[in-house]
Design a protein around this ligand. Structure first.
Ligand SMILES: NC(=O)c1ccc[n+]([C@@H]2O[C@H](COP(=O)([O-])OP(=O)(O)OC[C@H]3O[C@@H](n4cnc5c(N)ncnc54)[C@H](O)[C@@H]3O)[C@@H](O)[C@H]2O)c1
Length: 381
């Protein structure tokens, strides 16, 4: 099978994921689309300046949607109506109504709608999920995850700093931790109690902490700051989020660079305008901060290399094999879904439920109460 794939949005997210899609033997990248001429020039080949022009051409089977959050819904609905499969970046949309419309459109058309990549696909998360599923560790009781990053000080578009447009760390980063926790808990989120804060002078939410309970009775505490001077990768042997070695000065450098730069220009320079990323075999897995999954008979510590199982006999490392290219498992899951071999776990309904947890975090912080994510979806789907 050959999957003719178009890439819609040639920015930072696409730079991170397109190498895995392009490396998949069943995928042929046939077109790109971006309103920005420099990004199109760097991508090369057949390119269109609008989604409308891309779909009017139509020479593709599936589309990877990596446009800014606020366009995901329009682009995914366009894809479904054109009978094209879609891999849509996280978060799948900004509003729950938009996300529900995406799910309805794909289900009506019978097309694949897969959401990601998110850190929910990281091989150590997949390994931990399979270890929990095996039952050896006993039932999962508690997840403790935290990440302290410089997310908010990397160059950003104005929309990325405006909550109404999906800006801030809840929409962009909580999604990762929610997907990680949901994969391990394998149970619907029952309730959310949360707090958000932003003291970094960047607008929108810069940090949050959230307590999730699951129908299974398990709980997860998720904490994130994207305005941190402390770097939680100190606890990951100074392996950064993308799986490469990083320096302890990284956060300080990010802040200093932002002060002396034209932010819009710096953001644009991280797109395909800089040309195709050079393929490099990963030395560690992608990861986001730290995560401990405490089960009845063992505690699982996720690392950039796999999982350390802390059992009655002490700690035992289980390595997750390195892929030839990061995110290869995401490309494989999408290809298999399109081929009808296996429906994606992180499908449109999954993305909608994770987005509902993001909204529950914001609502709980605003209103000072427990929020049931399922209540936010009433009447939408
Ligand atoms: N999974 C990941 O690791 C990851 C990493 C970064 C970004 N992302 C996601 O990717 C998406 C884009 O974020 P980004 O950081 O790449 O932003 P970006 O600004 O770097 O890239 C967005 C690109 O989309 C283009 N664009 C704008 N409007 C468009 C439209 N109407 N149609 C097509 N293209 C359009 C822009 O010109 C730009 O080139 C977001 O949803 C973000 O959450 C995911």
């Amino acid at each position: 099978m050959s999957l003719r794939l178009a890439v819609l949005g040639l920015g930072r997210g696409a730079m991170l994921t397109v190498p895995a899609l392009a490396a998949h033997p069943a995928v042929e990248i046939v077109a790109g689309c971006d309103p920005d001429g420099a990004a199109r020039a760097g991508f090369g080949g057949r390119c269109f300046d609008s989604a409308e022009a891309l779909f009017a051409w139509g020479g593709f089977d599936a589309v990877y949607i990596a446009s800014p959050h606020e366009y995901h819904a329009a682009h995914a609905v366009m894809a479904a109506r054109a009978g094209r499969h879609a891999l849509v970046e996280k978060p799948m949309a900004v509003s729950l109504a938009e996300a529900a419309a995406m799910v309805r459109a794909a289900e009506a058309a019978g097309t694949v709608l897969m959401v990601g990549p998110s850190h929910g696909y990281d091989p150590p998360v997949e390994l931990a999920a399979s270890l929990i599923e095996s039952g050896d560790a006993g039932p999962l009781r508690l997840i403790h995850a935290f990440a302290f990053t410089d997310f908010l000080y990397r160059p950003r578009r104005p929309a990325e700093l405006d909550t109404a447009l999906g800006g801030g760390v809840v929409f962009s980063q909580a999604t990762h931790q929610i997907d990680m926790a949901r994969r391990l808990a394998a149970s619907p989120v029952a309730s959310v109690r949360a707090w958000t804060g932003g003291w970094g002078g960047r607008g929108s939410e810069g940090a949050f902490t959230a307590l999730l309970t699951f129908d299974s009775g398990a709980a997860a505490s998720l904490t994130y700051s994207g305005q941190a001077r402390y770097d939680s990768d100190a606890l990951a042997g100074w392996v950064g989020e993308l799986g490469w070695a990083k320096q302890p000065q990284a956060h300080a450098r990010t802040r200093a660079a932002l002060e002396r730069t034209d932010e819009a220009g710096a953001k644009a320079a991280r797109t395909f305008a800089a040309g195709w990323p050079q393929p490099q075999a990963p030395t560690h897995h992608e990861h986001l901060g730290s995560l401990l999954a405490l089960c009845e008979r063992a505690d699982l510590e996720l690392t950039p290399d796999g999982v350390i199982v802390h059992g009655d006999d002490g700690p035992r490392g289980v390595a997750a094999p390195l892929p030839p290219v990061s995110r290869a498992n995401v490309a494989e899951a999408f290809v298999r879904a399109v081929a009808g071999a296996a429906p994606p776990l992180l499908n449109g309904r999954w993305g909608l439920e994770s987005l509902a947890v993001c909204h529950a975090i914001l609502a709980s912080a605003r209103e000072g109460r427990d929020v049931v994510p399922a209540d936010l979806l009433t009447g939408l789907i």
